[in-house]
Design a protein around this ligand. Structure first.
Ligand SMILES: [Zn+2]
Ligand SMILES: [Zn+2]
Length: 156
């Protein structure tokens, strides 16, 4: 499924093909929370990095988070003008690009269950709104975004 997205001011537009477009993966880590997740989490969607097309790339900035004194190779891309968080690319997993659901303009499918991940880093004021089928993880789960879609037979 082709996912199209943009920043709030319109300086950056992007698109990528995704076989795994369900926005089920809610990350409560401090980086997602501070850079993208006003509700306490951000939602990452996995897309095919080789299909990523960017309009207005010169308007993007890139943030490498530092945790415990170590800089992450992960590239958190945002709009330099309006600060919208756009996508994460990590050269350790070069086949994927992780689009923030908040920046997607295409209509996304509603997930039948959700994963609440990195709850060990959750802010204390955030109450996890977990539905009966949801799964909760204190760190990253073993199951990948692709495996989640395959288990639920939702790959596109
Ligand atoms: Zn912008
Ligand atoms: Zn995160």
């Amino acid at each position: 499924m082709l996912l199209k997205g943009s920043c709030h001011c319109g300086s950056v537009k992007f698109q990528a093909e995704s076989h795994y477009p369900y926005p089920f993966n809610l990350c409560y880590c401090s980086i997602c929370r501070k850079t993208a997740g006003g509700g306490g989490f951000a939602i990452n969607i996995s897309a095919d990095a080789s299909t990523l097309k960017i309009e207005g790339k010169e308007n993007t900035g890139c943030y490498h988070a530092v945790t415990n004194g170590q800089e992450s190779p992960g590239e958190r891309n945002f709009c330099k003008h309006c600060a919208s968080a756009l996508w994460v690319y990590d050269p350790r997993w070069p086949e994927f690009v992780y689009l923030f659901a908040s920046a997607i303009d295409s209509e996304l499918p509603v997930p039948p269950e959700r994963s609440h991940i990195m709850l060990g880093s959750k802010a204390n004021w955030v109450e996890v709104e977990s539905k009966p089928n949801d799964k909760c993880f204190s760190e990253y789960p073993q199951e990948s975004i692709a495996q989640w879609h395959e288990r639920l037979k939702l790959s596109k």
